[in-house]
Ligand binder design. Sequence first.
Ligand code: GLN
Length: 205
Amino acid sequence: MSEAGRRPTIGVFALQGDVREHLRVLTDLGVRATAVRRPAELDACDGLVIPGGESTTMAKLARTFDLFEPLRQRIKGGLPAFGTCAGMIMLADRIEDGAPGQETLGGLDVTVRRNAFGRQVDSFEGDLEFAGIEQPVHAVFIRAPWVEEHGPAVEVLARVDEGPAMGRIVAVRQGPLMATSFHPEWGGDARIHRVFVDLVLDHRH
Ligand code: GLN
């Protein structure tokens, strides 16, 4: 594990998805940000971001590259992780409307509904209240999941606050795990990543 005082290293799962945007935001926040494609690269990480992309492909590639079990074990062992969109699906214990046999890494005691907002609202943007952040955050949703139900240990950080999906849960936290249905890596607002970096710092041994 990491020595106290050292800059934390935050990995970004990089076999698939919008990796570069996360690396940029994390680097701007002053942490060491590194792409994770192999188990050895995961070993060096104090925290992990799982980006948006396609969760079925992510799970398959993680299997192919022998990263699936190491990821699952590290998360089980308390590695702070932040999933955005497809990454939220990867961290969920249960999926609705998953592909047949779709696997997740799990960790978050939630059921996520994949592509929950429906085809007609493939993507949309809006401003949301986010727990612990003063001014609303701008949220970009692309074929996004939402959290259908969750266990008692899960804290709701944000809900949709207008339109047909009003009230739907789109950001959660459970201990060192955090997930958003939307893409905070797009739009030049680093405040949600800052929340995650603080969480990583809090969980360093
Ligand atoms: N619909 C995608 C999935 O199921 C997620 C979309 C995204 O990450 N932008 O994985």
